[in-house]
Write a protein that binds this ligand. Sequence first.
Ligand code: NAD
Ligand code: MG
Length: 408
Amino acid sequence: MAVTGLPAEPRRITILGSTGSIGRSTVDLLQRDRGSFAVAALTAQSNVALLAEQARTLGADCAVIGDETLLPELRQRLAGSGIETAGGSAAIIEAASRPADWVMAAIVGAAGLEPTLAAVRQGTVVALANKESLVCAGALVMREAALHGATILPVDSEHNAIFQVFDFDAPDSIDRVILTASGGPFRTLSLGEMREVSPAQAMAHPVWSMGAKISVDSATLMNKGLELIEASFLFPVPEERIEILIHPQSVIHSMVSYVDGSVLAQLGTPDMRTPIAVTLAWPGRMATPANRLDLAAIARLTFEVPDFARFPALNLARQALQTGGAAPTILNAANEVAVDAFLKGQIGFLDITRIVEQTLARVQHGSLTDLGSVREADDAARRYAMHLIDPAGDPRVIRVPTRGQGRH
Ligand code: NAD
Ligand code: MG
C-alpha cells in the first residue's frame, strides 16, 4: 500500500479498544501494511478471543484485558507467543502510557478518559475516537495535550472532516461550522412511534455500522449533541456558531463556512477506515480499501433542519455546553446509564433523554478543576440516573448532591 509522508522506521502503534468497531477498522488498516507499523499494545474489555487473535496477527508487544477474571484465558491463548499479557483497568492505563508514536483512543464511554489522558500525557499523536472523554473532561484533556505537546487528531467522521477543511491559521475567517447528521433510524418516526421502538431497531443504523452505544446515541441524536460538545473543544469556534444539519445520505461528513461565503466540505462513503487513515498517515495520505464515492449513482443529496421537539437530546447537549463546568460530564454520565438500561430492556427509548434531562436538572453542576472533580460529577450523575431508573435500588444512590428539594 502506498504511504506518503511516513518515516522509514516502523511507527509504534497502540490501540485502546482494539476489539470494538473502530478498533477492528484500525487493525484492518495496520494488517494491510505490516511493514510500516509495530504494535506496542492492544487493549480490550472482555473479548479475549479476538484480542489474542489480533495480538498474534499483528505481533503486538503486549495485550491487556480490562476484565481481570479473563487474564488466565488471555495468558492461555497467548502461551508461547512471547506477547506480554496483563489485566485490569490500571493495566490499560499503563499500556496507554507505553511509548508509542500513535495511539488510537477507541474505548467507548467515560471509561476511556483515563487511558486517553495517559496517552496524551506521553506527548504523542492521539487519534481520538472516544468522544466521551472530550465531552466529560474536554478542558482537562485539551490542557494536558497543550502541556505535554500531544497532537490530538479527531477520528469521529464529522470532526475529521472539519479538521481537513478548517483553516487553523485563520480562525477569524471562519463564519460557522456545520455538523452533519444522518438523522438515525427514527428520523421520520413520530414521538408515539418512537415510544415503542426496541433496542434492535435502535441499533439498526441506516448508514453506519458501529458499536451498540453510539448506535443508540445516533437514534436519539444524543450522538450529535455529544459531537457538538466535542467540536467546541477541538475547534476554536464559539458554540453559537456550530450548527447541526440533517443529511440522511451521510455523504458530506461536515462543512466549514468562511466569511467570504465559501463552504468547504469533506465527502466520502461511510467507512471509518477513511478518517482513521487520515489520522494514521497525517500529515500525509495513505490508500484505503474504502469504496469510492460515486455521486452520479447517489444522484441526490438532501438536507433538513433538525426537529428539536422529537429529538430533545440536541437542546440538552447545547444547554449543557452553554452551562459549562460539570454539566457536560453529567449529561454524558446520565446518558451512558440510560443507554445501558435501554439496551437491557429496563426503560423505553424516550426515557433515555428524559433521564438525562432530569439528571441534568437535579445534580449539582460544580466547576471541573481536575480529574477528581470529573469523577465526582460523573459518579453523582450515574447514581442519580440509576435512582431514576430503579428508585427501589441501592439506597446509596439517594446521597447525591442535588440542587433544591424538588421531586426525584
Ligand atoms: P465498541 O463498543 O464497538 O468498542 C468499544 C471498545 O472499548 C471495545 O474494544 C471494548 O472492549 C472496549 N471497552 C468497552 N468498555 C471498556 C471499559 N470499561 N474499559 C476498557 N475498555 C472498554 O465501540 P465503537 O463503536 O468502536 O466506539 C468506540 C468510540 O469511538 C466511542 O467513543 C464512539 O463514540 C467513537 N466513535 C465510533 C464510531 C464508529 O463508527 N463505531 C464513529 C465515531 C466515533
Ligand atoms: Mg460522528
